[in-house]
Design a protein. Structure first.
Length: 269
């Protein structure tokens, strides 16, 4: 396991922004994805709390890890105390910062307790019913609302924010004019980080992909090939069972003739 002293810190991530160094970021859900990200040299990972564990922290290696605190119907967190308890728990497990899409007062409570908080601006999935699935900030009024939200987060001491599906020129403006690290997802090249889901990078699904996603491999085809091979192997097993092709002598446990005869003779006594 990579010792905590050898992993990036909030200070290191802020230094990357100050240098103008772009941050690579992936959302991962498995140990294999986390380990691959570490081996490849990805800077930052986003891992939901339901997937985060000591094993996941170890697999993530030197990656700076954002732990997503649950929100909404799938989460049980409701009060600032609940969020604080969860953040302290995952800090002890090795979380480096915490995604929180709750209200400003809850986010502020985390910040006041020195928890590095990553909030969310622009298109916010947790509040999608208010905006619909669309780009946010294309008008001057909406752009100002996004900017005002950024300044509110700055004021409470947030470490960063996911900046999702906003015009690229707005992404540049915000990233250059805030001390927070802006984790861009569909926010153009000017964001401090470029953030994608591993499943999109790997092409794991055949379903809808957002416009900002870029696919580098076709895992869906490989998964389909493996599934076809799995089915074929199972069919061959069935055929062997039906024809006596399995089990063969090498699969069986041998018993000496003398021992077996003694066994049978003993049944008549």
């Amino acid at each position: 396991m990579v010792h905590k002293a050898n992993r990036p810190t909030v200070h290191d991530m802020r230094a990357m922004k100050a240098r103008g160094q772009k941050i690579s970021m992936l959302y991962v859900t498995t140990l294999e994805e986390a380990a691959a990200a570490d081996a490849a040299g990805i800077d930052m990972l986003s891992i939901e709390s339901r997937f985060f564990s000591p094993e996941m922290r170890e697999a993530a290696g030197k990656c700076f890890v954002q732990v997503g605190l649950p929100f909404g119907p799938h989460g049980k967190l409701a009060t600032a105390e609940d969020y604080l308890r969860a953040a302290f728990h995952f800090t002890a497990m090795g979380g480096d910062c915490f995604y929180c899409a709750a209200s400003l007062d809850i986010q502020k409570a985390l910040c006041d307790n020195h928890m590095p908080v990553v909030a969310h601006v622009g298109l916010i999935p947790s509040f999608i019913t208010w905006t619909g699935w669309r780009a946010v900030g294309k008008t001057a009024t909406e752009a100002r609302a996004v900017w005002d939200h950024v300044k509110q987060l700055e004021a409470i001491g947030a470490f960063g924010a996911e900046l999702e599906v906003v015009p690229d020129r707005l992404g540049v403006f915000i990233s250059k004019n805030t001390s927070m690290i802006m984790l861009g997802m569909g926010a153009g090249p000017g964001a401090d980080a470029q953030y994608l889901f591993a499943e999109d990078v790997l092409g794991c699904t055949d379903g809808h992909r957002p416009r900002h996603a870029k696919t580098y491999r076709n895992f869906a085809a490989e998964y389909a090939r493996l599934q076809a091979e799995r089915i074929a192997a199972f069919k061959e097993f069935i055929a062997d069972v039906n024809t006596g092709g399995y089990p063969q002598p090498q699969h069986n446990v041998a018993m000496a003739d003398a021992e077996f005869e003694t066994f049978k003779a003993g049944l008549n006594q």
